[in-house]
Design a protein. Structure first.
Length: 378
């Protein structure tokens, strides 16, 4: 067997062949099925983009309407899932609540009819439709309120904000939220997508695939970074404190949250769009002084780390946008999951089309022939 060089984090090693999305990290290009992210953010909707990613082409008007209609009618969660969620501790992280709830869905749909397009479609619709309802339900229940029923007259993003805040959102806010979902829906072979594909390769059900990806997304080096960005901006507190904070991080060799990316060596194209969305929100709904701190951070980090290709990533401005929408910090990552579920499902479908179970190798660096020491001699 050929022995390859060990690369920590599998950097640069292809884990799959995929036609779902493409990144050019040197030029700052991101495409979904060949379409530039800037164009989708301007012209598409989250559900249309989800369809594009999962079925490979933009839907016709009829196909889109049918998909939207199906999602609309699957948004309610079973009362048994809701009752299970009521037993979760209010102090628990909403990502853990989401992971458990997504896995629990699989208990109700245990059929694994993976070659049946109707089963694939039904699972896609069900997961895309119910994950926002589960996130909103946990948020209300941990505050001691009853979950709000989805409203059939509201679109996907407007309905989520309605279920979360118990009031109909401003149309600009709903549209900006929808664009945020487009920006976060897919991003090549990141950690949670890899996790989804590994789980998919065992031919388990899609609920287990999504639950394992949700678990992976929760960590601070992946989806959890946008929460930490907001905490960091609050801790810095003023523009004057930015430089000493960054110098201290660099001296302690600790990572500055919201900066750096394994693939992008320029400013993440999603960060550019999100910054623009943040400005639109500030213009309509009032300024956030953390934005000044963020901009100063960008300047100082560029001055100090541009040589290493460290620039703002998608998480740097998304937290500011979500906070302006009144969304609690610990829901930022569950919202990332609401978007990313469509990307994971596109990879699930692609993995199934040419499946081989993942079984990498390892470089063993332990001992051999070690004698077993009886417990009283250790
Ligand atoms: C995203 C991330 C995990 C990528 O990690 P990676 O590809 O393994 O990159 P490395 O950790 O090897 O970093 C390469 C170099 O850049 C530096 N670097 C990377 N990200 C940095 C950051 N956010 N702040 C300061 N330095 C950073 C590293 O210290 C390292 O420097 P060195 O070569 O002198 O040791 C990393 O940039 C990070 O932890 N960023 C902060 C968390 C974050 O925002 N995550 C969201 C990602 S979308």
């Amino acid at each position: 067997m050929m022995v390859c060089e060990y690369k920590p984090g599998l950097e640069g090693i292809p884990a799959a062949q995929s036609s779902i999305s493409y990144v050019d990290g040197q030029k700052g290009i991101l495409e979904y099925r060949g379409i530039r992210i800037e164009e989708l953010a301007e012209k598409s909707t989250f559900l249309e983009t989800a369809y594009l990613l999962i079925w490979g082409e933009l839907p016709s008007k009829q196909e889109l309407e049918a998909f939207e209609h199906e999602v609309l009618h699957h948004r309610r969660i079973k009362y048994r899932i809701r009752d299970m969620m009521k037993c979760f501790p209010e102090s628990g992280h909403p990502m853990d609540a989401l992971q458990a709830s997504a896995a629990a869905l699989g208990l109700f749909y245990s059929l694994r009819d993976l070659h049946n397009p109707a089963y694939i479609r039904d699972s896609v619709v069900r997961l895309i439709a119910t994950i926002p309802t589960m996130v909103a339900a946990f948020q209300l229940m941990r505050k001691g309120n009853d979950p709000v029923r989805p409203r059939d007259d509201l679109g996907y993003s407007a309905n989520f904000l309605y279920m979360l805040n118990e009031q109909e959102p401003d149309p600009l806010m709903a549209r900006i939220f929808d664009i945020c979902l487009i920006l976060q829906v897919e991003h090549t072979m990141n950690a949670s997508t890899f996790s989804a594909r590994v789980t998919a390769s065992t031919l388990t059900d899609p609920y287990a695939v999504v639950a394992s990806a949700v678990g992976t997304l929760g960590g601070p080096l992946h989806g959890g970074a946008n929460e930490e960005v907001i905490q960091m901006l609050d801790k810095i507190g003023s523009v004057e404190n930015v430089r000493p904070y960054i110098e201290d991080c660099l001296q302690r060799k600790s990572k500055i949250m919201g900066f750096g990316h394994r693939v992008y060596k320029v400013k993440d194209p999603r960060a550019i769009i999100l910054q623009n969305l943040a400005e639109q929100l500030f213009e309509k709904f009032g300024y956030d002084k953390s934005y000044d701190i963020a901009q100063e951070m960008e300047r100082v980090v560029e001055e100090k780390l541009a040589g290493k290709g460290i620039y703002p990533n998608v998480d740097f401005y998304s937290g500011l946008v979500y906070r302006k929408m009144g969304i609690p910090t610990d829901l930022f990552t569950p919202i990332f999951a609401i978007a990313r579920v469509a990307g994971w499902l596109a990879h699930w479908k692609e993995q199934l089309a040419e499946n081989r179970i993942f079984r990498p190798t390892q470089v063993y660096n332990g001992y051999h022939e070690v004698p077993y020491l009886p417990i009283d001699q250790r």
